[in-house]
Design a binder for this molecule. Sequence first.
Ligand code: B1M
Length: 211
Amino acid sequence: MSILNDISSWLQQGRAPKVKACVQQALDEGIPAGEILEKGLLDGMGIIGQKFRNNEVFVPEVLIAARAMSKGVEVLRPHLVEDGVEEKGTVVLGTVKGDLHDIGKNLVRMMMEGKGLKVIDLGVDVPVEKFLDAARENDAKLICCSALLTTTMGEMRSVVEAVEASELKGKVSIMIGGAPVTQSFCDQIGASRYTADAATAAEVALELCTA
Ligand code: B1M
C-alpha cells in the first residue's frame, strides 16, 4: 500500500511533518492503526536500525528518524489504544549511578520503542534500587543498564547482585551495554546479555520480552 511505503520512506529521511501528515492520511483512508505502525513506522525504523548497524547512517540520522517516529506515534497512539494494539513488553532502562552520559541510552530507547516495546526510561545517574523498583512497579521483564565510564561499569555488577538477591531473580533479565562494556565483562558479572549497539539491543530486548 503506497501510503505505508511513504510513511516508511519519510521516516527514514527524518521528515517528521511528512510522517505526521501521512499517518493521518492513512487513518483517514481507514487503514487500521496497528497496520500503520507495523508496515509504516516500524518498517522505516527497522531499516534505519539495520543501516545504523552497517555504518551506512550515523547518530544524527538515527536521532532525526527517531524524532519523526515519535511524531508519527503521537498521531497514532489514541487509535492504537482504541484498536487494542498491545505493547510487546516493558523494559526498564537507565544510565547507571555516577554516570551522566545519555546519548547512547537515548538511542537504545528509541530503537526499542521502534520495536513496539514500552520503555520506562529512568534517565541518568540511576541508583541500583531504582532499577529494581521500576521493574517491580511496571512488571518489566528486562532491566537495561548503560555505562560510558570505566569507573561506573561496576554499578552493573551491583544491579545483577541486587536482582539475584531479590524476588526478581529468574523473572527479570539484565542487559548491559555502553562503550567500555564487553562480552567478557558481561560473563564476569553474570548479566543476562551484552549488546554492542542500539539496534542489536532492541532486537535482543524484543527477543527477551517475548520469550
Ligand atoms: Co564523556 N567520557 N565524560 N562526556 N564522553 C567519554 C565516555 C570518554 C571515553 C572520553 C575520553 O576520554 N576519550 C571518557 C571515559 C573514559 C573512561 O572511562 N575510560 C569520558 C569522560 C572521562 C568524561 C568525564 C569524566 C569528563 C570530565 O568531567 N573530566 C565526564 C563524566 C561525567 C559523568 O558521567 N559523571 C564526562 C562528561 C561528558 C559530557 C557531559 C560532556 C558528554 C555527555 C553528554 C550526554 O551524554 N548527554 C560526554 C560525551 C559526549 C562523551 C563522548 C565524547 C561521546 C559519548 C557518546 O555520546 N557517544 C565520549 C567519547 C567517545 O565515546 N568517543 C566520552 C555516542 C553514543 C551514540 O555512543 O554512548 O557508546 P555510546 O552508545 C552506543 C553503544 O555504546 C551502545 O549503543 C549506542 C549506539 O549504538 N549502547 C548500548 C549504549 N548504551 C547501551 C546499553 C545497552 C546496549 C547498547 O543495553 C542496555
